[in-house]
Write a protein that binds this ligand. Structure first.
Ligand SMILES: Nc1ncnc2c1ncn2[C@@H]1O[C@H](COP(=O)(O)OP(=O)(O)OP(=O)(O)O)[C@@H](O)[C@H]1O
Length: 254
């Protein structure tokens, strides 16, 4: 499914938080969303996922205006992995992931083999099968993050929104989760702080500054020394690491 945003504007009181943002993400593409703290990444993600109504502008999912799609139908198509998402206590890992199946089930239908398979394969993909009976509140921060990703996968979405999904994860799981997101046959939009991981795993990168989309393109086009200096206020050297042309950033500290 494609996602097309046109002239999105959102703010609170007099403060503009997302300012006239237009972008499009093709079916199967992984778009990275980067920008300094407070630049509007989470706010834009929520607008794109239909969790928040823009003050003006619109979002279309495969050509359909998202504001016209009923909530439940939308939940069958889109999954959102929030930053630091909380979950009720006294539930097991498997219970949390099972919640991902809710939009696919009616009041009358029982738990099906399809539901069971979706949950099992989601747990497997985030490397949490062995922990399925563990109480959620006893998990570490990184394990909780992986379980929330599994819950989104169990939803079998066509588009996935992830807000800093690598937060709390060790480097192995950062790479595994982003590799999985890239290789899944679905459209994904992912807010990231690690610019080298964004360069490695995203097809294109969109850059926000003060709610304005200041650049959008392939990693090598976007992650230039001048952009890193002007938007992120860091001095860095940018090299191409291999023939794929994906840039590697070396930050200068001196
Ligand atoms: N409901 C709200 N009321 C007031 N201000 C808000 C609200 N939501 C977001 N903001 C402000 O809007 C700005 C953008 O916030 P947002 O969370 O979208 O940024 P972000 O790029 O995801 O930040 P970070 O990288 O720090 O997670 C911030 O200054 C934030 O304080």
């Amino acid at each position: 499914m494609s996602v097309v945003a046109s002239n999105l504007v959102w703010g609170v009181r007099r403060k503009r938080i997302v300012s006239d943002v237009s972008l499009s993400v093709a079916q199967g593409e992984t778009l990275g969303l980067i920008g300094p703290n407070g630049s509007g990444k989470s706010s834009l993600l929520r607008l794109l996922a239909g969790l928040r109504r823009p003050q003006s502008g619109r979002v279309e999912i495969s050509g359909q205006d998202i504001s016209q799609i009923p909530r439940r139908a939308l939940a069958r198509q889109l999954a959102f992995v929030q930053q630091n998402a909380a979950t009720d206590t006294n539930v097991s890992v498997r219970d949390v992931v099972r919640l991902g199946r809710t939009p696919h089930r009616s009041a009358l239908s029982g738990w099906s083999a399809v539901d069971e398979l979706a949950v099992a394969s989601a747990l497997e993909r985030v490397d949490m099968t062995d922990r399925r009976a563990q109480p959620w509140q006893t998990l570490s921060g990184g394990e909780r993050q992986r379980v929330h990703i599994a819950r989104a996968l169990a939803q079998s979405p066509r588009v996935m929104f992830l807000d800093e999904p690598t937060n709390h994860l060790d480097i192995h799981h950062q790479i595994e989760i982003l590799r999985m997101v890239r290789d899944l046959d679905l459209t994904s939009i992912v807010a990231l702080h690690d610019l080298n991981l964004a360069a490695l795993f995203c097809d294109r990168i969109a850059v926000l500054q003060n709610g304005v989309l200041v650049a959008c393109g392939r990693p090598a086009e976007v992650l230039t020394q001048s952009l890193l200096r002007d938007i992120f206020r860091v001095q860095a050297e940018v090299n191409n690491i291999d023939q794929t042309g994906r840039p590697h950033i070396r930050f200068k500290t001196g």
